[in-house]
Ligand binder design. Structure first.
Ligand SMILES: Nc1ncnc2c1ncn2[C@@H]1O[C@H](COP(=O)(O)OP(=O)(O)OP(=O)(O)O)[C@@H](O)[C@H]1O
Ligand SMILES: [Mg+2]
Length: 421
């Protein structure tokens, strides 16, 4: 199964490219779902028909859904929010303020992405294509599993067993709302769901992120930031789609200046994103709506005469760079993450009490969950090597860490807190 996520600045063509990819995948025989997680949905416009909050069949092998934030929110976070509202209200907070306080920024979008796990685990689809919201909110969104974990850890800093045992005693002392069995069940489900989503999206064999842009300076700059950020969060970007390129044979002199500017910007795109493949799409003579136009777009992106599993198949992994790696070198362990294009500002490392490593570079911040093996070691520093950021951990020669401890185990602690007996 493959998950393909398209992101980019507002208006660059994300929805059109997602829909075109979906049409191509379905025609190759893949059972395909295309989801829009952008609250300002326009997937329906691309297919020139109404698509709602339920999956609907659009073509043979092709289903589409425009995800409704509020109902997703209710499905995944409803119980947690109800509890928090009760807790805040108990503390004397105004009801409306309590409701607002409980919802973190980005949580609604996160809930919409959680639909991916449901579809992925249903086994009904070979390809899931995500037409994401414009870059800013998508990036925030993708950093969110980390944040959600942090949030849950902070608001439920107790073990299920402890609370359930202490309940009768606490009851006699205070009328503070306490989480009950149902509550713990739903937190446990939520945490599992988040972990699963995080696994799916950061597994480069399953998920590929693709950045859509136009050959305009501001757009390229934003795409560049998005690329760095996606790498920082450990997601794999395998292609850039450069949309609205003036056709080479455009002869009208009126466009000469535009064409010159575009040529320079196209060069910039190549400088910025090599060695990623860059797919160009011309500016068409009409809007991209309806299946025929989507097919035309797919032909320009992926090529004509596609072969399933080969040429012209959008589910290919177009670039396979390494994401997070851990290796041993000169008496140290190195945690290495790709970090192309970032401005080489000072790297700031901070270790939290929760075995997390907070990496700050200029305005960027990443909360890295350290695998249990590395969490035991001292941090010796960090440095850029090529287009990677390497974080060094002292490991005296005697320290040999078993491979499984070098994998991320961060979610396990949280899960054990809410485990049913
Ligand atoms: N190559 C193209 N040639 C002509 N029209 C295009 C091309 N690509 C996209 N369009 C048109 O531009 C408009 C915006 O495209 P689209 O909705 O795909 O962008 P988007 O990135 O999803 O925008 P938003 O950020 O608002 O969701 C649509 O009307 C679409 O039909
Ligand atoms: Mg769109």
């Amino acid at each position: 199964m493959r998950i393909l996520l398209y992101t980019g600045k507002g208006g660059v063509g994300k929805t059109s490219v997602s829909a075109a990819t979906a049409v191509r995948c379905a025609e190759l025989g893949y059972r395909t779902a295309v989801l829009s997680t952008d609250p300002a949905h326009s997937l329906g416009d691309s297919f020139d028909r109404k698509i709602g909050n339920q999956l609907v069949q659009l073509q043979p092998n092709l289903w589409g859904q425009e995800i409704d934030l509020l109902s997703q929110m209710d499905a995944y976070w409803g119980t947690v929010l109800n509890y928090l509202n009760a807790l805040f209200a108990w503390q004397g907070m105004d009801k409306l303020v309590a409701e607002e306080t409980a919802v973190l920024p980005g949580m609604e979008e996160l809930a919409s992405l959680m639909q991916i796990t449901a579809l992925a685990d249903s086994g009904d689809y070979d390809v899931i294509i995500i037409d994401a919201a414009p870059t800013g909110s998508t990036l925030q969104l993708l950093s969110f599993p980390d944040m959600a974990r942090w949030y849950i850890e902070k608001i439920f800093p107790f073990q299920r067993k402890t609370i359930l045992m202490a309940r009768p005693v606490v009851r006699r002392m205070t009328d503070m709302p306490l989480p009950d069995e149902d509550m713990f069940d739903s937190i446990e489900d939520l945490v599992e769901h988040l972990e699963r989503m995080s696994q799916l999206l950061s597994d480069s064999d399953i998920s590929s992120m693709r950045v859509v842009l136009n050959p305009e300076k501001m757009v390229v700059k934003e795409a560049q930031r998005a690329y760095t950020y996606l790498n920082l969060y450990g997601y794999s970007v395998d292609a850039v789609v450069c949309n609205r390129v003036f056709p080479r044979d455009l002869s009208d002199h009126y466009f000469d200046t535009w064409k010159t500017a575009q040529a320079a910007n196209l060069e910039l795109v190549h400088e910025c994103f090599q060695p990623l493949p860059i797919f160009e799409i011309p500016l068409f003579d009409q809007e991209v709506t309806g299946v025929d136009m989507l097919r035309r777009m797919a032909n320009t992106v992926f090529g004509h005469h596609p072969v399933k599993g080969g040429h012209g198949d959008p589910t290919q992994k177009f670039y396979a760079g390494k994401s997070q790696e851990i290796f041993r070198r000169d008496g140290q362990y190195v945690l290495s993450i790709p970090l192309p294009l970032v401005e080489r500002a000072e790297i700031n490392l901070h270790r939290s009490v929760f075995d997390e490593l907070i990496v700050r570079i200029g305005n960027w911040k990443r909360n890295l969950a350290l695998p249990t093996g590395l969490a035991k070691l001292e941090i010796a520093g960090a440095k850029y090597e090529g287009d990677r950021l390497n974080i060094l951990f002292t490991a005296p020669d005697a320290v040999e860490i078993p491979a499984e401890e070098l994998r991320t185990g961060r979610w396990d602690n949280l899960k054990s807190r809410f485990k049913r007996k």
